[in-house]
Ligand binder design. Structure first.
Ligand code: B12
Length: 219
């Protein structure tokens, strides 16, 4: 369903986007709902770029607007460091090799940290070897991999293969996320879960944690 905020974002109308974000906050929308509207808006930016209606400079503009949106939203995201005495396990996250998109990954990390998680952010353009090394070093039971470029999906499969070779596959749940990710990508890469919006992503982390005996608050 299209909304005004989504359209303003898709039109790259910065002033209107930021005004609508403020209005939605005042009206009581959750940060996740607001992020979702913006994400759907930049999805349209991507389509317009594919159709040559927008250019690279427009992709960069969408990045700038989204960063401003997050600056407005961050103080409104409740911080919960305690989780009722439960110490959440560490999580390793990063964007796969060849890919430098990190806005979505950073949003997920921000929300997870606000929920009290200890997230090891490996950054962007992360090699499969580095992911495996980080899982090994931190004993993280959850590995989150972000991918926005379709041609980088193969490197995620390599991460999973290397985890098997290292004897770590049974110890870690692999969660993949990003625009091109779907059931087919999950199956191809051998990942355990996938998500391409913020609500699904946080639900997956919460579900994995529940199995581990803890809980994460709703945002
Ligand atoms: C902004 C943007 C850029 C910015 C990125 C800035 C940054 N710091 O990230 C810039 C301008 C740098 C850029 C560059 C390029 N881009 Co670009 N970009 C986009 C755009 C418009 C939006 C991406 C975005 O930030 N979305 C908003 C966030 C909030 O959404 P998200 O990333 O999907 O994340 C959400 C979920 O997916 C999920 N999630 C994300 N990661 C994870 C991880 C886990 C573990 C979980 C659980 C969930 C999860 O949660 C997030 C919150 O809701 C997309 C269009 C699109 N449809 O995505 C194109 C797009 C991804 N780009 C594209 C392309 C082609 C490029 C370039 C190759 C362009 C060029 N000619 O140079 C370069 C590639 C550079 C590189 N090597 O990576 C294509 C990719 C096509 C494809 N199928 O592979 C897209 C789809 C545009 C298009 N339709 O053509 N880009």
């Amino acid at each position: 369903m299209e909304d005004e905020l989504q359209i303003a974002m898709a039109d790259l109308d910065e002033e209107k986007t930021l005004r609508l974000v403020e209005e939605r906050i005042l009206a009581g929308s959750t940060s996740m709902d607001i992020i979702e509207s913006c994400r759907r808006g930049v999805e349209i930016v991507g389509v317009k770029y594919s159709d040559s209606d927008y250019f690279l400079s427009d992709l960069i503009m969408s990045e700038e607007i989204l960063k401003e949106v997050m600056r407005i939203l961050e103080p409104h995201i409740p911080v919960n460091g305690s989780n009722n005495g439960f110490v959440p396990p560490p999580i390793v996250m990063g964007t796969i090799e060849g890919d430098i998109h990190d806005l979505g990954k950073n949003i997920i990390i921000y929300l997870l940290r606000s929920s009290g998680f200890q997230v090891h952010d490996l950054g962007v353009d992360v090699t499969p070897e580095r992911f495996v090394q980080a899982v090994n070093e931190t004993n993280a039971p959850i590995l989150g991999i972000s991918v926005l470029l379709s041609f980088c999906v193969g490197s995620i499969k390599k991460v999973v293969d290397l985890l098997i070779d290292a004897g770590l596959r049974d110890k870690v749940k692999v969660v993949v996320g990003g625009y091109p990710v779907n059931q087919e990508v999950k199956e191809f890469t051998g990942a355990d879960f996938y998500a391409n919006d913020v609500t699904e992503a946080l639900k997956i982390y919460r579900d994995i944690l529940e199995v581990a005996g803890g809980s994460v608050s709703e945002r």
